[in-house]
Design a protein around this ligand. Structure first.
Ligand SMILES: Nc1ncnc2c1ncn2[C@@H]1O[C@H](COP(=O)(O)OP(=O)(O)O)[C@@H](O)[C@H]1O
Ligand SMILES: [Mg+2]
Length: 145
C-alpha cells in the first residue's frame, strides 16, 4: 500500500441544487494547489463532479472522500439513497432516470457514469437497493523513477 499523503471528507446534501458542484470545485482547488498536473486534475474533477451530481440528484446524502497517495488519487463516494438496481444498465450512455425538472436545469443526459468510467483508471460501483451506492474511482499519478 502506497503511503497516504492526504485524506479529506466532504459532505454532499441530496436535492440541494444550489450547492451542487461545490465539493468538486473545492477538490479542484486542493489538487491545483498541491501541484497535480492539470490533465490529471481535469479528469479527477470530471469524476468528482459527476459523482457529486448523482448524489445530489438521486440520493439523500453522501460523503465524498478524497485520498491522495504517492501513486494515485482515489475518490470514494458513499451515499444513502435508493441504490441502483441494474448497474450495467445505469452505466449505459444515455440511460437516465432524471426528472423533467432536472433536465430543465441541464442535468440528466445519462452520460455521468460513462464519463466517470472514461476518465478514471479504475471505477467500481457497489449498490444495495433501498440503502445506497458506493463509487470507488482511482486515477494513477505519473510516477517517474
Ligand atoms: N448515486 C446514485 N443513486 C441512485 N441512482 C443512481 C446514482 N447514480 C446514478 N444513478 C442512476 O444511474 C442513472 C445514470 O446515471 P448517470 O450516467 O450519471 O446519468 P444521469 O445522472 O444524467 O441520469 C441515473 O439516471 C440513475 O438512475
Ligand atoms: Mg449523473
Amino acid at each position: 500500500m502506497p503511503a497516504e499523503l492526504l485524506r479529506e471528507e466532504f459532505f454532499i446534501q441530496g436535492r440541494n441544487f444550489e450547492k451542487a458542484g461545490e465539493v468538486s470545485s473545492e477538490i479542484k482547488t486542493i489538487l491545483r494547489d498541491l501541484g497535480i498536473d492539470p490533465p490529471t486534475v481535469r479528469r479527477l474533477v470530471i469524476v468528482a463532479f459527476e459523482g457529486e451530481m448523482n448524489v445530489v440528484m438521486y440520493a439523500e446524502r453522501g460523503v465524498l472522500t478524497l485520498i491522495l497517495t504517492e501513486e494515485d488519487i482515489v475518490l470514494e463516494i458513499k451515499d444513502e439513497g435508493p441504490g441502483i438496481e441494474d448497474i450495467e444498465l445505469a452505466m449505459k450512455e444515455g440511460y437516465s432516470t432524471a426528472s423533467d425538472e432536472m433536465r430543465e436545469m441541464g442535468f440528466g443526459f445519462g452520460m455521468g457514469l460513462s464519463n466517470m468510467k472514461k476518465n478514471a483508471d479504475e471505477l467500481r460501483i457497489e449498490s444495495e437497493v433501498g440503502k445506497g451506492t458506493s463509487v470507488f474511482a482511482r486515477i494513477s499519478l505519473n510516477t517517474h523513477g
